[in-house]
Design a binder for this molecule. Structure first.
Ligand SMILES: [Zn+2]
Length: 340
């Protein structure tokens, strides 16, 4: 019995490996086509197994998948490395690092899942990317957690301690819903309005999670003898983050040179790499604040209950949102099937 199951899977693996043929953009639904990417598309309507095996094949999603698989390993290594110094179960200074780490693992895992199986069908495509947008929401919530509890200006922390985390979760949901609606509303080739809607919903969250830091920049700017270089660990994060957003929104370089970056070098792949570097730098920035600036900051007031509740609540809200959007997705899929 056991041997026959293994034999069946080996047969399936052989079949799938034989199906390495990829398609041209003109052979797939308009929905799957990316600007400037002319080939390397996987076939649609295949088994789940086909898409899982495609991780190890060469197609135009391989680099997207592997950049975030490597990111997952790097994030785990980072979280593990802090365990030498902090006791995660009893040390409030370490809880934001752990909360941020869980949110980052969530965004990278959801991204890997979306890029792996989204080509299976138009319905799965939309559902996968809604989960991917929930991942972006998770990332924003994680940044909120780590900035608020590890790097906030003390006054800001005191004034906003009651409202910040509920607002953080709400804005994470706004990002998810904004990105999902933008994808459902516009057809490929997407107008810039779609990216604008995505960037605006994300921008609101970014501004709110940056406010606890802005107070430190303002204070340092006004205070004589304070050098902005004392905040360079945060400035570096902003610089890499903005450059990643450029690649996220521009489809550069493939839009300028169509067909030249079908497999490697697409703007979205560069965005994945820069997002990973940003995340690692955010871990480092919080660690510097916790260890070197703890005298001027409040780094031991993290509320584990609020952190855990935010992470669980957002998962619950995301699932409800995906289920609530199903009728709109079904209607949209019927329109997309006509656009081959
Ligand atoms: Zn992606």
């Amino acid at each position: 019995m056991g041997l026959s199951v293994v034999a069946r899977y080996l047969r399936q693996l052989k079949d799938v490996l034989h199906q390495q043929r990829t398609l041209l953009a003109s052979q797939v639904y308009l929905l799957y086509r990316e600007p400037g990417v002319l080939s390397g598309y996987r076939m649609y309507g295949k088994s789940w197994f086909y898409y899982i095996v495609s991780i190890f094949q060469i197609n135009n999603e391989t680099v997207n998948i592997w950049t975030h698989l490597v990111a997952i390993m790097l994030f785990l290594k980072k979280i593990w490395s802090y365990a030498d110094e902090f006791h995660y179960y009893s040390d409030p200074e370490s809880w934001p690092l752990l909360g941020f780490g869980i949110c980052c693992l969530a965004y990278a895992t959801l991204s890997v899942s979306a890029h792996t199986v989204h080509s299976k069908s138009p319905f799965i495509h939309y559902t996968c990317f809604q989960a991917d947008y929930a991942g972006i929401g998770y990332y924003g919530i994680g940044i909120g957690i780590i900035v608020f509890y590890s790097s906030s200006h003390p006054d800001w922390f005191r004034y906003f301690s009651r409202v910040f985390m509920p607002l953080n979760v709400f804005l994470g949901w706004v990002v998810m819903l904004g990105c999902s609606m933008a994808k459902l509303r516009y057809k490929r080739p997407y107008p810039f309005r779609r990216k604008l809607l995505q960037l605006c919903s994300g921008g609101m969250h970014a501004i709110v999670v940056a406010l606890p830091l802005q107070a430190r920049y303002t204070e340092c700017f006004r205070k004589t003898g304070c050098s902005l270089s004392t905040l360079s660990h945060h400035t570096e994060v902003f610089l890499v983050l903005f450059s990643s957003l450029f690649f996220f929104s521009s489809h550069f370089p493939e839009k300028i040179w169509p067909g030249k970056f079908d497999l490697v070098g697409q703007g979205h792949q560069i965005f994945h790499v820069l997002a990973t570097i940003t995340t690692l730098k955010q871990f480092d920035a919080a660690y510097i604040d916790i260890t070197k600036h703890r005298n001027t900051l409040i780094t031991d007031k993290a509320d584990m209950f609020q952190i855990v509740l935010s992470i669980i609540l957002f998962a619950f809200i995301s699932v409800i949102t995906i289920l609530a959007l199903r009728p709109i997705v079904k209607k949209r899929v019927l329109q997309d099937m006509k656009d081959l």
